[in-house]
Each structure stands twice: as C-alpha cells, then as structure tokens.
Design a protein around this ligand. Structure first.
Ligand code: BGC
Length: 778
C-alpha cells in the first residue's frame, strides 16, 4: 500500500478544510442538549462504571463495532484514505473515532454529526502530535539530547495544551522504540539507543501529555507506540521483520513501553512488525498476556495505520475476516483505518470466532477514555475557537520552544575555540540549509506551519550585533532528482537553484573570502528521516561535500552546523572541520536557538542519546554491548574487530562538548561492599576548569562483572545535569541500591546477583572514571 509522508499534514489540512466545509454547511444543525449519552457536570470517574455499562446495555452490535472503528478525515496522511464515506459512517454510528481532523471548527462540525446519532456518543479525535502541535519543538531524538526531564515534560504539556485547544483529544505519542540502527528513518521520532534513558523519557512524556487528570483542559490521552520492538527492524529498513530473543525484549526493548504503562498511559499502539513470528497486531502473548495480565494495562489498544489489513501481506490470514479475528482475539481494541472490525465483526461473532464479551470489553475501554476526557459532559469542550486563538503559538510557548531547542544542540567539536562567535567583523552564512524554513521543523511536524519557522540565517542576523552577515547558498541540499521528486511529493519543499554546482560554490567561496568566519549549514532535508525514510548511507548528501571542501580551502575558520534526523557518519568532517554543532531539526524557533548557541548566549550542553558510527558497516554500534569471548584487542588478530575500522563509534552515547571544560576527579564509593537491603553512596567531583559558565550532564554507568547470563560492558543507571560557574567545583552524590543491579537472570527472574561490580562516572559513556564494589549474598 502506498505510504505518504507525514510531512504532508500541513499542506493537506488546508485542502481538507476546503473540501469539508461546504459539505458540512449542508448538514442540519443539531442542538446539543438532551442526549441519551450525555451527562452534566465535571467528569466523575467514580460514576464511570455505571454510566458506561448503562450505555453499553443500550448499544446495538453495529454501534459497538462503530466505537472500535477509527477513520481518518480527508487529510489522509500515512496512507491513502480507504474509506471516503467517513462522514456517513459517523452519522450511521459506524465510526466512533476520527484522526487527522483538527481545529475547533472542523472538530465541532464532525462532532455535530455524532450528536445526530441515536446514542449521541461523542467522537474521539486523535492526531500525531509528535514534537509539538503548532509550536514545534525539536525532533524527539534531538530533544532527548537535552537530558532534561523537566523540559521534556514541558514540551509535551505545551503540545497537549495546544492540541486540546485545537479540538484534539488524543496524541499518538510518545514513541519509545529503542533503536540501535541509525539507518532506520524513525530514529528521529524516538529516544535513542538506551533502555534506562528511554524509561525516564517515557515517564516524563506521559505525564506531560496527560497531566494529573484526564478531563482537564490541558490534558490529552497519550498513546505509547509502537508496541512492540519496532525499533529493531532488520537492516534499519522501515516496516521490516524483527526477530529477537525474549531475554533481549525484556531486558532492552520492553521497559520503556512498560514505564509508559506504569505512568498511566491511556492507550497503546501496535507496531507494524512481527514479534516472535506473529505480527504484533495479532500477538495475543504481547497484547494480552504481557500488556494486560503481566503489566496491568487498563486503557485501550489501537492498531497502527491499517495494521490489521497488512497481516494479509504478513501471511497470517487469507482475508480480512481471518486477520480481524486474530486482532480481536489478541486483545486489540480499536482498528485504525482498516475498517475490518466494522466489516467482519458481525460474522466473526455469528461464527463464534469471537465473543460478545470480548467486544463489550473493547467498547468499554473506549467509552471509558471518552468519559475520562469529559466528552459525555460536553462533547465540544475542546472545540473553542477563542481559546485556540489565545493559546496556540503564544509568546510563552515560543519562548519554551526556543529554550528546549537550545538544550537539544550537541557540540561535537570545537578546536581552537572557534565558538562562540564574536558579534563583530563579517560572518559568511553558507549552505543549502541556511536560508531554509521548511526543514527546520523536521518530519512529523504534523500541524506545524513551516512558514513560521525561524531560519538559521534569520536567527543569526537577529543576534549578530555589529557583525556584518553575508549569505550564499553554495549548493542544493540534494542533487538526486528522482529522490527530490519523491520527497517533494510527500511534504518536502526542496527548491532547486538551477545554477551549476560550480557556480554555486564559486559564489560561496567569494562570500567566505570577504568574511572572518564561515558558518556552513549542511545536512539532510527533513524528508530523509521519519516514517518510510530509512537510508543505507548516512553521509551528508554527496553533492554537499565539494562545497565543504572548497570552503575549508579558503583557510577561514569554519563552523559546520548540521541539520539531520539520523546519526550521520561524520568521519571525514571530524577529521577536517574545526567546529561542528549537531542541531537536528529544532522546530519553530530553530534559527534563534542556533544563534543563542553560536554567539554564546547559551553554552551548549546536549549529549547524544545515540552513537554516531564511523561508517555504516559498523552498524549496529551501541555503547551497552556485550564483551564477547574475544573482546577487542588490537594486538590479537583473533579478537572481535574489523580489519578496516575501529570497533567504537566516532561519537559515543552520552557525548557532547561545552564551550567550557569539565574535569572529573575523586570518584569514591563509600563502602567496598553493598549489603542487600542497603545502599552505597558514589561521589565524584566535577570542576568547571574552562572560561565559561556551563551545564554538564554527569552520567553514571554500571557493569556487572560476572552473571548467570552475560552482561553488557556498561549500562546507564543515573545522571545529573548541573550548572557550574567557571572555576566552580561540586561534589555530586549518587545512591546505588541492589535494585539498580537487577536484570533478567538465567531463569528470566528480575533479580540482582551477588558479586563484583564496577561503577563508572563521566561526561559520556567512553571517558569515565571507575571504582569497584561487591554486592554481598542475601
Ligand atoms: C505510523 C504511526 C502513526 C499513524 C497515524 C502510521 O503510519 O506508523 O506512528 O501514529 O500512522 O498517522
């Protein structure tokens, strides 16, 4: 099935509104009073069970199946709209949930249709609010590099507030798929490679979206995805097969989803991939035994886009009847865009392939979510135009976006202290991504309006002070016309300069020659990451390299600004360019945030949450690998290594520099032995020995030296982000308890085993101090 890029959203909303408005105008207006299903007052969870079971008792089978049906509005996004009659379906009670419809006006019009149905059950409006709704924050992989849980929660809260003000009830976020393969396009949507860190992000995001009470004006339902293991697709190719051991699942891939469940996430989305040979959407072990029985999940499960239908391609059923039965029996409550439950549900029930009790359970879960949101009290509570005008893209939200964006920037290299730049002399701003707004908001910036994004050039100009700013494009972002066509057809805005590459370079070199410093903005265009956007080559696009080489030859100091959604292979750049800043796709305020860092108003503090390989051939390369029986030893031919490249990544997990320098000393464990039931204190002194105030992310890793199963060489178990003024020292304390030493042992019990451990502390996963301790027998 054809898949369209999510970046189409922005364009399609306008089209969709044009299409839908006239049709809506012909519909009779209903007064929203006296509905069977509505109740008055604020949501009262205590009365929920009675309310929902009374309602359920009145519902026909078709109405019930309607509540399990989720259809896209006209704005088909990640697949073609396969059911054009969604408005008739709403009117007929065959569709209880809509996605890809927002704005108070549009959602009100659709809700009015639902209010004309027999039971007047309100619609639930879902949408991919992935890194902001209208105010766009950095792509999730970039935002994760802030290592600041308060900021991550805050961006989710702002996104929820804007989404709710724009008519929405439900976001398809957070995505917490652990990924060790940077070729996968969707690494941009996730948290990176580390499980423990993913757990922290999952908790922060669910809290940010859902707040403390569903039903509050600034809360929406969160949806953790893609359950499960989607980040482990073979070869990094999207939608591909996943195959992994139970141990690997439990130890590394499942914990972030579980953390979201523990944090009370309202919904879970199935993944497209198979899990242990069975597509996730048909996997009863996953959806019922694990999710419900082991983890106690109480919300509802929705499929990914047409994931039920796609099980025909997976080859686990002959027709929709088969695969619909598999999904319902697995415990999947809602069908996204596949219309399988609605078409097959009755026959499945008549044939006793499923039971009425199963359907009732699924419907109950959906009705409960609507109840908790307060939709039965007021189906229009999220469709208030005045509120939308006031709350969306407010000054405060934009300020928060700028603040979060600057925290996401990672300084990869800064030789000769080229950065920060002076606000004097002449600055040449060059590169295909310099005067560019579209790319700044990245992929999955669904409702974001890129015309409102601040380009790098504009951001620099706004803060350049007395400096003269010159500009030259220097190169097109890509030269592959076939790829350009594809990307532009799915939301891209690649505008080609039709001068020859040499003419563009000549202009850039002439511009650089007039300047004291060159700021060069290279990287990917936003469609090169995200869904269905995997790459087999992670270099900066080939056609950009000659520009970089020509500018380096001018001998001018050069700062390379990178915009990208995957970790890139930067071996050549690292060897030749004196200063490199990883800026991801930073969102609406990108240009301002980048200028804050370039000119030193903010000293960068971001740290990578995914390793940057030296070459694609090293993939997967991640910090918490196993030691193997023949660990790397340069002197020994028969050790685990390559002939042509080192084992370690170019930039490791946790890596990121600052304009200042942090020294680590005095790592101490307060006792050589950890007694079960007790804790150890680990202390370390961090000194800012450079010339700037700055923030540092102090990371703590552990290694279990001998286990009943093999253990990784390092595992992140804690971090602290702190501000140190220049010259300042601080001694930090971490507590280690036996809980931190737990893992799945040889019998798959979650336990700690007595023995020797090493604790490491440092500013990244590679450069660390270490100390040892022993966990005693119980
Ligand atoms: C994606 C999901 C997304 C859904 C709805 C799918 O193609 O995999 O992440 O939430 O579309 O747009």
């Amino acid at each position: 099935m054809m898949k369209l890029s999510p970046t189409l959203y922005a364009g399609l909303i306008a089209i969709s509104l044009c299409w839908s408005m006239p049709a809506m105008a012909q519909l009779p207006k209903t007064k929203i009073i006296n509905t069977n299903a509505r109740m008055r007052g604020t949501p009262d969870y205590a009365g929920m069970n009675t309310f929902v079971s009374n309602l359920l008792a009145k519902m026909t089978l078709e109405e019930k199946l309607g509540q399990l049906n989720l259809l896209t509005s006209d704005m088909d996004v990640t697949g073609p709209s396969i059911r054009a009659s969604y408005k008739q379906d709403i009117l007929a009670g065959r569709c209880g949930n809509i996605f890809n419809a927002y704005t108070p006006q549009y959602t009100r019009q659709l809700q009015e249709l639902a209010m004309q149905t027999r039971l007047k059950i309100p619609l639930l409006f879902g949408f991919d609010v992935i890194h902001g709704h209208k105010t766009i924050f950095p792509i999730p992989l970039g935002e994760a590099c802030s290592w600041d849980m308060a900021l991550l929660e805050k961006s989710a809260h702002i996104a929820a507030t804007e989404a709710a003000a724009d008519g929405l009830h439900w976001t398809y976020s957070p995505m917490v798929d652990i990924a060790r393969d940077p070729r996968w396009g969707r690494v941009s949507e996730g948290v990176g490679e580390d499980t423990w860190y993913g757990v922290q992000v999952a908790k922060a995001k669910v809290k940010g979206y859902q707040g403390t009470t569903l039903g509050a004006n600034d809360a929406v339902l969160a949806c953790v995805k893609h359950f499960a293991l989607y980040g482990a697709v073979e070869a990094g190719r999207d939608y591909n097969t996943v195959d992994m051991s139970r141990r690997m699942m439990y130890q590394y891939y499942l914990p972030p989803y579980k953390a979201a469940v523990d944090a009370g996430v309202a919904s879970v989305m199935t993944s497209f991939n198979e899990v242990d040979g069975i597509p996730a959407t048909a996997n009863k072990w996953l959806m019922t035994d694990l999710l419900r029985n082991e983890w106690g999940f109480k919300g509802f499960v929705v499929t990914d886009y047409t994931a039920i239908n796609e099980m025909l391609n997976h080859g686990v059923g002959k027709n929709n009847y088969d695969v619909g039965g598999l999904a319902l029996n697995a415990g999947v409550d809602m069908d996204m865009q596949g219309s399988v439950y609605i078409s097959e549900g009755k026959k499945l029930l008549d044939d006793k392939k499923i039971s009425l009790a199963q359907i009732n359970t699924a419907v109950t879960r959906v009705l409960e979510a609507k109840y908790k949101l307060g939709l039965f009290s007021d189906p229009y509570k999220f469709s208030d135009s005045l509120r939308a005008q006031k709350e969306i893209m407010s000054t405060a939200n934009l300020e928060a976006a700028r603040n979060i964006a600057k925290h996401a920037i990672v300084l990869l290299k800064n030789e000769q202290q080229i950065l920060p730049l002076k606000k004097s002399g002449t600055i040449a701003v060059v590169g295909p991504l310099a005067d560019d707004q579209r790319d700044m908001i990245g992929s999955w910036s669904a409702a974001g309006d890129w015309h409102k994004a601040v380009s790098i050039l504009d951001g620099i100009k706004a803060q350049a002070g007395n400096a003269t700013v010159l500009y030259a494009k220097g190169a097109n972002v890509l030269s592959d016309t076939v790829l350009i066509k594809k990307l532009n057809a799915t939301g891209g805005n690649i505008v080609l300069d039709d001068r020859t590459p040499n003419a563009l370079i000549a202009e850039a070199v002439a511009t650089a020659q007039k300047a004291d410093v060159v700021v060069l903005a290279l990287g990917e265009t936003c469609g090169m990451s995200g869904e269905a956007a995997s790459r087999s080559n992670l270099d900066i696009p080939d056609n950009q390299r000659p520009l970089l080489e020509a500018l380096l030859k001018t001998g001018k100091p050069l700062v390379l600004l990178l915009s990208n959604g995957h970790p890139l292979t930067l071996t050549w750049e690292d060897a030749h360019v004196p200063a490199i800043l990883e800026t991801w796709f930073l969102g609406t305020e990108a240009g301002h945030a980048i200028a804050d860092v370039l000119f030193g108003a903010y000293n960068p503090s971001g740290k990578l949450t995914m390793s940057f390989p030296r070459v694609v051939g090293q993939i997967p390369v991640y910090y918490n690998h196993k030691n193997t029986g023949r660990p790397f030893n340069d002197a020994n031919k028969y050790s685990s290594k390559y002939l042509d490249v080192a084992n370690d990544p170019l930039y490791p997990f946790g890596y990121g520099l600052s304009y200042t320098k942090f020294d680590y000393s005095n790592l101490k464990v307060d006792a050589a032995q950890l007694v079960p039931g007790k804790s150890l204190n680990v202390s370390v002194t961090v000194t800012n020995s450079g010339n700037f105030d700055g923030e540092e992310v102090v990371q703590l890793y552990l290694r279990d030296l001998v286990g009943s199963v093999t253990r990784p060489v390092k595992e992140l178990k804690g971090f602290r982000k702190l501000l140190l003024h220049k010259g300042e020292s601080q001694t930090l304390h971490f507590t280690i308890t036996p809980e931190d030493l737990k893992f799945y042992d040889k019998d798959m019990h979650w336990t700690s085993e007595p023995g020797d451990f090493t604790v490491f502390v440092g500013g990244n996963s590679r450069d660390v101090l270490s100390a040892d301790f022993t966990l005693l027998e119980k």
